[in-house]
Design a protein around this ligand. Structure first.
Ligand code: NDP
Length: 453
């Protein structure tokens, strides 16, 4: 590690104690930026990195609500407005019991670079709550969302900060949040993305992150003259990203053999084709059931419960060509990364944010596989959110084909920016450096233009 990286990390750790995910996300980026700082001392003089690791604003607030028994419940809400150099803050809301300040700061930090890569004018933010929608009634989720938005509405707006969904926040939650914003502010405006089609949503937004991660994998494969046709793929998660990753892999002729949730995973060597995927979508989105139920319906599959005493996740220990981690951060540890490589996986495209631990990333890079880090590979979701904002401003709706075409174009361009930046800074094929550097340069140059703010 260079002196510069050490200095930055000492500063970040001292100012943000007990936030390991935030430290991890910053470390990965500054390691890559070491290459840039050597050539561009002006960023160092203007303390661009010291500024970029400091959120512009952090909101933390009480979210009280009444459960179905009439008992008072209290959760904590957050919004991190990380960087607005190139556009209004943009980034999802996560509702999950594990949510805390450090996790949201890591996500907001990643979002800054990701949004910059999309070519659209969006700054970076993230928010959420330690509220767990699992096991709650629709009315409880509604009351929680109304209370959450009653506070959040003061801080957001279509030209200020535009949240979207993330883990635990899908169409149902966005609907309740939007309804309350509209009621309190008396404004019908594009303040959230991921909205329903009848009230300002964009076609392809639900599909965008998963489709984008597969388009990114296809672009990486194209550099070796290959396609996804006939490839066996491991997918984790069974939520929004995992579902549409599976749909697009199927469409491009690949075969998905795994899906999971936080209780365990299923392995179906026959592949999770269209009919089976429709079952999963109904199970997870409508019935809100568990992935284990897949094996009651499809006998070709086996279910393995999550075993925390193991040093690895057996989901990543099957013969395959490609892996699409699509559940959560740090879900691929160093042993898993080794298992993936020894099982023949040579394409990893991250639908989730920071799903691979640093030692795992190092293994992928050393092995010179096609490794697309989350901030590039899963940028399709926020890209189509950006397109939803454009459609809201224009007060019109583009067709499915038009949005999908733009999404494909954006993923191609993100791939090219990462590929070219990696090469320009002397690490060809290293998409981690490529994504961090290409994402950084646009934001950093803008920060220089805008002065010390
Ligand atoms: P969903 O809530 O729709 O699905 C999340 C899935 O991951 C569920 O299957 C869930 O299982 C599983 N999961 C969540 N937390 C854990 C955990 N701690 N351990 C094991 N499994 C877990 O979320 P999304 O599909 O939207 O998000 C998945 C990932 O993709 C996240 O990292 C998110 O940040 C990232 N992402 C999402 C975008 C989007 O547009 N939605 C955009 C870019 C990135 P269970 O049901 O048991 O909780």
């Amino acid at each position: 590690m260079s002196e510069f990286v050490n200095q930055i990390m000492d500063l970040v750790k001292a100012k943000n104690p007990a936030e390991p995910e935030f430290h991890q996300a910053v470390q990965e980026v500054v390691d890559s930026l070491d290459l840039v700082i050597e050539r561009h001392p002006e960023y160092r003089t203007a303390k661009v990195i010291e500024r970029i690791v400091e959120p512009e604003r952090v909101m933390m607030f009480r979210v009280p609500w009444l459960d179905d028994q009439g008992d008072v419940q209290v959760n904590r809400g957050f919004r991190i407005e990380m960087n607005s150099a190139i556009g209004p803050y943009k980034g999802g809301l996560r509702f999950h019991p594990s949510v805390n300040l450090g996790i949201l700061k890591f996500l907001a930090f990643e979002q800054v670079f990701k949004n910059s890569l999309t070519t659209l004018p969006m700054g970076g933010g993230k928010g959420g709550s330690d509220f767990d929608p699992k096991g709650k009634s629709d009315n409880e989720v509604m009351r929680f969302c109304q209370s959450f938005m009653t506070e959040l509405q003061r801080h957001i707006g279509p030209n200020t900060d535009v949240p979207a969904g993330d883990i635990g926040v899908g169409g149902r939650e966005i609907g309740f949040l939007f309804g309350q914003y509209k009621r309190v502010r008396n404004e019908f405006t594009g303040v959230l993305t991921g909205k329903g089609l009848a009230w300002g949503g964009s076609l392809i937004r639900p599909e965008a992150t998963g489709y984008g991660a597969v388009y990114f994998a296809a672009e990486m494969l194209a550099t070796r003259g290959e396609t996804l046709e006939g490839k066996t793929c491991l997918v984790s998660g069974s939520g929004n990203v995992a579902q549409y990753t599976t749909e697009k892999i199927n469409e491009l002729g690949g075969k998905v053999v795994t899906l999971s949730d936080s209780s365990g995973y299923i392995y179906d060597p026959d592949g999770i084709g269209t009919e089976k995927l429709a079952f999963v979508m109904d199970l997870k989105n409508v019935r809100r059931g568990r992935i284990k139920e897949y094996t009651d319906k499809f006998k070709s599959a086996t279910y393995t419960a999550l075993d925390n005493s193991l040093d690895h996740n057996p989901l990543w220990n099957h013969k395959a060509d490609c892996a699409f981690p699509s559940a959560t951060q740090n879900e691929v540890n160093a042993v898993d990364a080794g298992n993936l490589l020894s099982n023949g996986v040579y394409v990893v495209s991250e639908g989730a944010n920071m799903p691979t631990v640093p030692d795992g990333v190092e293994k992928f890079i050393e092995a010179k596989i096609l490794y697309g880090p989350g901030k590039a590979a899963n940028a399709g979701g926020v890209a189509v959110s950006g397109l939803e904002m454009s459609q809201n401003s224009l007060r019109l709706s583009w067709t499915r084909e038009e949005v999908d075409g733009r999404l494909q174009g954006i993923m191609k361009s993100i791939h090219k920016s990462c590929y070219d930046a990696a090469e320009r800074f002397g690490t060809p094929g290293n998409y981690v450096n490529g994504a961090n550097i290409a994402g950084f340069l646009k934001v950093a140059d803008t920060m220089l233009d805008q002065g010390v703010v």
